[in-house]
Design a protein around this ligand. Sequence first.
Ligand SMILES: *Cc1c(COP(=O)(O)O)cnc(C)c1O
Length: 432
Amino acid sequence: MPAIANLPAFALSGNTLHAEGVALTDIAERFGTPTWVYSRSAIESAWSEFAQATQGRRALVCFAIKANSNLAILDLLARHGAGFDIVSGGELARVLAAGGDPSKIVFSGVGKSREEMRQALAAGVRCFNVESESELVQLDAVAGSLGLTAPISLRVNPDVDAGTHPYISTGLRDNKFGIAHDRALAAYRQAAQLPNLRIEGIDCHIGSQITEVEPFLAALDRVLDLTDQLAAEGIVIRHLDLGGGLGITYRDETPPARGAMLAAIFERIDAWVVKRGLTPAEGPEVLFEFGRAMVGNAGLLLTRVEVLKRNGDRHFAVVDAAMNDLMRPAMYEAWHDIVAVAPTSAPAENYDIVGPVCESGDWLGRDRQLALAEGDLLAILSAGAYGMSMSSNYNTRTRGAEVMVDGTAVHLVREREQIADLFAGEHRLPAR
Ligand SMILES: *Cc1c(COP(=O)(O)O)cnc(C)c1O
């Protein structure tokens, strides 16, 4: 039977949807629902496309771990040599716990605390992506107090429209991220004066779920332009960190292939290097920070239909996963394909797939043609990125298990939460 479009690791076999060689019905029976199901081969094939595209080049492909920070995924990518883009001390601890190499960690984020700066300096991260002039001063002070030098790049805001949802577009002038392009030169001069900082690179990240190459190239042009301006002042840029943001196919989007996208970027950098009379070894190293494109289509959320009901003209399928598990539909009106794990030929109805949370915004999919019975299993596809990592315990709902399928083996990589865990740190008032 054919694989689901675009998702080779997930296919029907004997009329049951499988993850690699394992029936999702078996996973539901063993681990319950809702459960996040990841495919090791899907993650490895995404990784290997990036690895091939950077082979023989001075490049470091990082995984932006906020997309999915499960230790098994970090461990897998670390074994393949990935770097990691982190945005908190918590994410630093996860990378270290998973065996990641601190010298391949870049630390992004618009509001790093001094404690997080200390932790990252002590761990020996590769670079701090600094997002404001104030952060330069704070980081210099923290590094000085530890007798260390902090490697930095400045996150510049190239003012490029990534053509994506406003909530996930980050490269425009008036959002909170980065330093405006026209202030970047002055900020670099300031950084060059601070004794406990060492300028390493330039960083940008223009948004997420970008499906065209052009915004990346436009941002690159601005970064190269700034590199020239800095060189004229004697400030040497050793690496360009071009961030993440490469989109995936959720429905009918046609993002560039990973290899083609990187090839287009390298072509432009190579031309710039040649024009300046540099050898490739003298040109900048290139860093990337991909999240969604690494894991988005490598995971699904397995859920069971609890109740079918009809209100007015609308048919609802209430499932046991909800907005607290997968927040993207409620937050961004994101579209995820939803398919039956054991499809039947019964007549389909038009369903809204909703969760049990007490919010009208708690929906996972609208207007889906499905033939459903109570108790059926559904798979919410393309849920490997910004799924579990954005989940919450709203409505005191325990979060689901996470499993990683590897051929015919299934590894439990996060246990289902227990209700008692959810209020274990809370206290009643003393008697008075
Ligand atoms: C979120 C984020 C990424 C990853 O974005 P994707 O769209 O998942 O590739 C990379 N860099 C920074 C700074 C981010 O905030």
